[in-house]
Write a protein that binds this ligand. Structure first.
Ligand code: ZN
Length: 187
């Protein structure tokens, strides 16, 4: 029996240990006996052969410079916003990200100098950001273009949805007025 997990795996993702399975096609093993994926694809755990392999998905590509991510703000610190990636795409084609968590540095938020990051993003906001660089340590993103930034925001007082009234960002529920680094695609 071959157990197919529908979850897409990405290069460098930990799969299992050699005590459990041997390293099959499109996988590699380190000196400690940990087995990792070597390709973008679907994990296959062959229970009879006790072998793990990756069925390559060639039409799915990996996140790269120029990709657009849709992500949710999970933490706002003094100089960095921590984002959970929801979706990755480039030229309308869906991609996968090998980093589920991405950091947006204060210097990459806008062209102008940002005084307080907590005025620009709040936990729970959904944002669009562009990938500048991908390396083995992580992904650098920017929101310093008009179409990038917050596309959906929630009131910091009552969690109601925020809407634009003329150019003022306001909570329809409690009337609180807030500020964000808004995308021109904000709805
Ligand atoms: Zn409110």
């Amino acid at each position: 029996m071959i157990f197919l997990s529908e979850e897409i795996t990405v290069p460098g993702e930990f799969l299992t240990v050699e005590e459990e399975f041997s390293a099959g096609k499109n996988t590699f093993e380190d000196q400690e006996g940990n087995i990792y994926s070597a390709k973008v694809g679907i994990k296959e755990f062959n229970q009879n052969e006790r072998e793990v392999s990756v069925k390559e998905k060639k039409h799915v590509s990996l996140i790269e410079a120029g990709s657009i991510i849709t992500a949710q703000v999970s933490l706002v610190k003094d100089s960095v916003v921590v984002l959970s990636v929801l979706k990755t795409e480039k030229n309308g084609k869906e991609q996968v990200s090998n980093f589920p968590v991405v950091q947006l540095m204060i210097s990459k938020v806008a062209r102008e100098h940002i005084m307080n990051l907590r005025d620009e993003f709040k936990v729970g906001d959904v944002i669009k950001a562009k990938v500048i660089k991908v390396n083995k340590f992580g992904i650098d993103v920017t929101t310093a273009f008009p179409e990038l930034g917050v596309i959906k925001a929630f009131c910091s007082k009552c969690r109601g949805s925020l809407s634009l009234f003329n150019k003022t960002l306001k909570c329809a529920k409690c009337g609180s007025i807030e500020k964000r680094k808004l995308s021109s695609e904000f709805k």
